[in-house]
Design a protein around this ligand. Structure first.
Ligand code: UDP
Length: 231
């Protein structure tokens, strides 16, 4: 509904419209890496469906407004993004592992950790979105970093950087968790002249430094931390 309202507004004021879509539109992909032509593999009634299908259906009126009303849309299917200033209790894997490692709590790997993701540092993502907005391409386009890691690899990398003593704890894999994800960024490269520049190790160093300084200064309460309150 928010997308519909904003498309109506963009039509009236003749604004360029950015839809922050997601790689989740590809679901648990049968095509690897995922190109923009792929239609995806999404369970319509699972626990992730409200988000996945919500984003999929948001792309539909965006393209209808573009075709019927000439709204100047840009559609970005944003892949996993991380970096400084993420919320500590965001629940995503990078923030969870960093907070856990810094607080010497076991890193919670869901399933056996063989599922993969490709992590893009926030400054690269912002640069990609700005380039998309300044280009003449509607998209959809895949801004994301094509360097792919298993979740267990990610846990071990963060463990090594922050605290080699911290344990890794395996927990059940949530339903419909995509088994692998990596963007095909040929279009982003050729049409926007964009590709990520921040390697995972470099981005993690900046992210960890930022979390470390915030965790040292923020008072600890169980509503703003995902780990048990330390007395
Ligand atoms: N994950 C994990 N431990 C956590 C949080 C997430 O192992 O504490 C896994 C999750 O099951 C998924 C991957 O990390 O396979 C990425 O999860 P996230 O929620 O960050 O992003 P998404 O699944 O939406 O790509």
């Amino acid at each position: 509904m928010g997308t519909m309202h904003m498309l109506g507004l963009a039509k009236r004021v003749k604004a360029r419209f950015l839809l922050a879509s997601t790689s989740e539109v590809y679901g648990d992909p049968e095509l690897h890496p995922q190109s923009e032509e792929y239609w995806g593999n999404v369970n319509p009634i699972g626990i992730r469906s409200c988000y996945d299908e919500g984003k999929r259906v948001a792309e539909t009126p965006a393209f209808d407004y573009h075709r019927q009303n000439d709204v100047d849309i840009r559609v970005a299917r944003i892949f996993n993004t991380y970096g400084a200033r993420m919320l500590e209790n965001d629940g995503r894997v990078v923030s969870n592992f960093v907070v856990q490692a810094l607080s010497a709590t076991p890193l919670t790997v869901y399933g056996n950790g063989s599922q993969t993701r490709s992590f893009c540092y926030v400054s690269d993502m912002v640069d990609g979105l700005i380039r998309l907005m300044n280009s003449c391409h509607t998209g959809p386009i895949n801004p994301g970093n094509p360097d792919e890691y298993t979740i267990l690899d990610l846990a071990q990398i963060i463990q090594k950087i922050v605290n080699p003593e911290v344990a890794i704890q395996f927990e059940p894999l949530p339903q419909d968790d995509p088994r692998r994800r990596r963007p095909d960024i040929h279009k982003a490269r050729s049409r926007l002249g964009w590709q990520p520049t921040v390697a995972l190790s470099q981005g993690l160093q900046a992210t960890i430094a930022d979390f470390r300084s915030r965790l040292e200064t923020t008072p600890c309460t169980d509503t703003n931390r995902i780990w048990t309150v330390q007395s």
